[in-house]
Design a protein around this ligand. Sequence first.
Ligand SMILES: [Fe+2]
Length: 180
Amino acid sequence: MSLLKVFSDNNASDFQEFTEFDEIRQQLADAGIRFERWQAEKDLSNEATQDQIIEAYRESIDKLKKERGFITVDVVSIHPETPNHPEMRKKFLDEHTHSEDEVRFFVDGSGAFYIHKNQKVLQMICERNDLLSVPAGTKHWFDMGPKPFFKAIRLFNNPEGWVAKFTGDKLAQNYPRYQE
Ligand SMILES: [Fe+2]
């Protein structure tokens, strides 16, 4: 189940939970984060290729590309047998920003985004059919968990520019990690 927890940014034990789509969308919108739900236009098997996955969401992808100027699209797939997943997980566990938007649509599985904005930390656990778009410059981190499983479509303005700039703030360590 998709779940949003809104914490104070100076007290990780003070939080509110939201599970209804409209409430989640509103809370995230207040922090400048876009949240949508997409439905597949075609049936997808677990073995679907990257091209078949993109094809199944073609209309939604094209709409967003046109609206936001995204140029490239790919699919990332991580599971517990993926080599080096602990290192991949570690890479984005501290607060950072990008000079590009970070856009993820969850085709399957789940993962947790944390957004630091307006003296709050918003932990959004995204699941299948959830789209989250973190604007360039927004402080955030991402946790795939110790036994990661997700397939996500990523949209980019410029894949070469998609590099994490760490803020040096260690507050991520004060908040609950995903699935731990
Ligand atoms: Fe990021």
